[in-house]
Design a protein around this ligand. Structure first.
Ligand code: NCD
Length: 349
């Protein structure tokens, strides 16, 4: 498969090489200004986005290519009931590569199976977001010089925060990275992350940001994901649990870095922006270069990932995750791999 749906579709060697390429692109943009000349990126965004869509589009334009885009379900044939399978086959006739964001978990994976062009997952529901992870890793590497051996704290909505799930998956493949999970009980990390990547790393869980702060090299703040809550009252109760401000930062290491995938709501006070440890706007900048590097790699044909359905078998069971694409996509079988739904990773019981 030449698509990137999950961050584990890229080897650590490929990720490290993408980081080096992104850094070179930042230094020498003119070297890359026509590498995708004549190629088209389809940016298929069925869910709101500012950074991810614009950075994909800017990335392709800086590589000399062009862009076709869908900005919402409402303005595409998705609103007429078109399936992901059909949409992907159609887009394959117009574009050379596709980036897809979708509120249903597993939608970009279905697209990757149907399309004849590389598909990049630009965020699927509360599941994963591999290109944000590339951005995060590049920022960590550029600020700290290393990824191995760091202690990384994740704070906020660890349940629905797809960027958290993907970054943990990536960090698990580096050496001696320690993770501190900071969240209220209701927003704890999903089981599949605990049973998967976290199995291979040292981690601890707490609900106390102040206590965890002094030991961290990286603090990854996240917004409480309002749009994923079925219960509005629960969101209102949880939305303000963590607010990082200059006072709290006094107990953090001098060289700790603060990351946030953005958008920020109120979980980082604006006063923190002036602190030299605040790196979330630099992170935005790296997002464009990492997507440039990824588009270039996938269009080169040199990336050969494992087939998504390899080792999976069709099951008659329904996926218990109500946000899984298998509930809406016409005649889509549920595939089981290691007891989990191949589209959304939920345990099939
Ligand atoms: C994140 C996302 O969409 O998951 N944003 C992004 O892509 N930079 C985080 C969020 O929406 O909270």
């Amino acid at each position: 498969m030449n698509s990137v749906i999950d961050i584990t579709d890229l080897s650590v060697k490929e990720i490290d090489s993408l980081i080096n390429t992104a850094m070179d692109m930042h230094q020498n943009p003119e070297k890359y200004s026509s590498v995708c000349k004549g190629k088209k990126l389809a940016a298929m965004f069925f869910e709101p986005s500012t950074r991810t869509r614009l950075s994909f589009e800017a990335a392709m334009l800086e590589l000399g290519g062009s862009v076709l885009s869908v900005h919402s379900s409402a303005t595409s044939s998705a609103s007429k009931g078109e399936s992901i399978n059909d949409t992907s086959k159609v887009v394959s006739c117009y574009a050379d590569i596709m980036a897809m964001r979708h509120p249903l978990e597993g939608a970009p994976a279905v697209a990757a199976v149907s399309a004849s062009i590389p598909v990049i997952n630009a965020g699927d529901g509360g599941h994963c977001h591999p290109t944000q992870t590339l951005t995060d890793l590049c920022t960590i590497k550029s600020e700290k010089g290393v990824i191995n051996g760091l202690t990384v704290g994740f704070c906020g909505d660890l349940k629905y925060g797809r960027t958290v799930h993907s970054l943990i998956s990536a960090l698990a493949r580096y050496e001696n990275v320690r993770v501190v999970l900071i969240s209220p009980d209701e927003l704890k990390i999903p089981e599949y992350v605990k049973e998967g990547p976290l199995k291979n790393m040292e981690f601890s869980e707490t609900d106390n940001l102040e206590k965890a702060l002094p030991e961290l090299d990286v603090l990854y703040m996240t917004r409480v994901q309002q749009e994923r809550f079925a219960d509005r009252e629960q969101y209102e109760r949880l939305r303000d649990v963590y607010i990082l401000d200059t006072e709290k930062l006094k107990s953090a290491k001098e060289d700790m870095i603060i990351l946030h995938p953005l958008p920020r709501v109120n979980e980082i006070s604006v006063g923190v922006d002036a602190d030299k440890r605040a790196c979330y706007f630099k992170q935005v900048m790296w997002g464009k270069y990492m997507r440039m590097a990824l588009i270039m790699l996938l269009l080169s044909g040199e990336h050969k990932g494992a087939d998504l359905l390899e080792g999976a078998s069709v099951t008659q069971k329904n996926c218990p995750n109500s946000r899984c694409i298998s509930h809406t996509e016409q005649e889509l079988p549920v595939y089981s791999k290691n007891g989990r739904c191949v589209w959304c990773d939920e345990e099939l019981n």
